[in-house]
Ligand binder design. Structure first.
Ligand SMILES: [Zn+2]
Length: 217
């Protein structure tokens, strides 16, 4: 899907000459899917986004035993197998690199509003909260039963954690909820490189956002 960019009025001719388009309905400039987004870097807010997920993004759903009350609670993570991440090239220049292979995104400190709203409709216990372990605030899972924060370190970095599955039975516990959007999605989060990234989707369940909403009613 195309990527929204923030082009000031004074830059509009330059943006257009590079191949950006204006979306009348959303009143925004955007970069078509096939273009290299590095040609449009100056209009992407890197202080806000470290990852750009190609639409559709997925919400990975699993359950975990709460460390505090020991009850099962739903936990989620954003996930994608098609995204850009910000890094530096051989010349130490910051640029966007394309990744493929499934990644779970941990400790997000920014999720753009439209997606955050969609997540909130399904999972109101996923919110920005302070983690004592991380000594910072991020979008985290709070226990449905007691409200305790289920830290992303535990969920993402401990082998066998909800988003670090190692066994086929663990892959099967996951559900990927695909969330369509007109534009690509910007977040600021860490990404994972799992050696079994390609296997997990073969065993996990998959459902669309609309179907999941319908089921929840
Ligand atoms: Zn609990």
């Amino acid at each position: 899907m195309p990527l929204k960019i923030n082009v000031p009025y004074s830059d509009k001719d330059v943006a257009k000459s590079k191949g950006a388009f204006w979306d009348v309905e959303q009143k925004t400039w955007f970069v078509p899917d096939h273009k290299d987004i590095n040609d449009f870097q100056q209009w992407i807010d890197k202080s806000k986004a470290s990852v750009i997920i190609k639409s559709p993004v997925s919400i990975a759903l699993n359950s975990s035993d709460c460390y505090k009350c020991a009850n099962k609670t739903a936990v989620i993570s954003l996930a994608s197998n098609n995204f850009y991440y910000l890094s530096t090239d051989d010349n130490e220049d910051e640029k966007w690199f394309r990744a493929d292979g499934l990644s779970f995104f941990s400790m997000p400190i920014f999720i753009e509003n439209e997606l955050a709203g969609k997540i909130n409709r399904l999972f109101p216990n996923y919110k920005i909260a302070y983690s004592k372990t991380a000594e910072s605030s991020y979008w985290a899972n709070l226990c449905e039963n007691c409200g305790a924060l289920q830290g992303d370190f535990f969920l993402h970095s401990e082998p066998g954690g909800a988003f670090f599955p190692l066994e086929i039975e663990e892959y099967e516990q996951l559900t990927f909820i695909t969330v369509p959007s007109k534009f690509d999605v910007e977040i600021d989060a860490d990404y994972s490189w799992l050696s079994n990234a390609d296997d997990i989707p073969d065993y996990a369940k998959s459902i669309t956002y609309e179907e999941f909403l319908e089921q929840k009613k």
